[in-house]
Write a protein that binds this ligand. Sequence first.
Ligand code: NDP
Ligand code: 8X3
Length: 250
Amino acid sequence: MNVLITGASAGFGKALAERLVANGHRVIGCARRLDKLNALADTLGEAFLPVVMDVSDTASIPQIITDLPDNFKQIDVLVNNAGLALGTEPAQNASLDDWMRMTDTNIKGLMAVTHAVLPAMVARDSGYIINVGSIAGSWPYFGGNVYGATKAFVKQFSLNLRADLIGTQVRVTNLEPGNVAGTEFSNVRYHGDDDKAAKVYDGFKTMTGDDIGDILLWLIESPAHININRLEVMPVAQTYNGLTIAKQDS
Ligand code: NDP
Ligand code: 8X3
């Protein structure tokens, strides 16, 4: 299969690319950092095509898809994985610029790539779109404000795609991971403060990007007559904490 992964230069996307190529698939690996993609291509060989793509530059996406070389032109699977969280401040202290960047990447970027790829899947009557959402799209938490809202969009967009694709063989899944260490996610979220990022994962056994790569590979290789609509995964150590009340001092 040909699999286009956005955000293939690090984290989940890189872990998935490695697994796909090992299993005989071909990968169109998209991200902004060409040096990271080229390093991966050196390891994975001709089955990995590095493509510079900034998903937030939505106007550029259709041409990038049109320009893919012939042997990579048919996209059997699209993994909309590129995304980011910026900041953990409560809304009243958050940066509007961070909010806009998350919206441009996690929502508008995902829409633009989907819009460019989906018509050919429908015309072929086969294909699979996997959107990487988050538990943050379902469960509110302190400082999650716009990040969680972007992932709520991703969840509902995925479910609405399922509705629109009635009668076709095109599948859609929203993968909703919880806490995952070992990717650049928290380093980006804390604006490069690596000590703060590392502390997020202190003191418990969490999931890794490799775990998510395994789950994504399993989804991609699942039988074509089954649609996994949503898949929420957490480390055992992470769970729900109910609602909160701010009590007055007595
Ligand atoms: P990483 O930060 O390790 O990887 C993010 C990837 O997205 C990188 O390859 C980055 O590449 C790419 N990316 C970011 N912005 C853009 C852009 N504008 N255009 C193209 N590519 C972009 O994060 P993870 O692997 O951990 O996260 C991947 C996805 O999973 C994200 O959508 C995230 O929200 C979600 N997620 C992560 C969780 C976690 O705890 N790690 C939990 C739940 C969901 P480059 O910088 O080269 O462009
Ligand atoms: C990120 C999930 O729990 O790290 O999408 O905020 S969490």
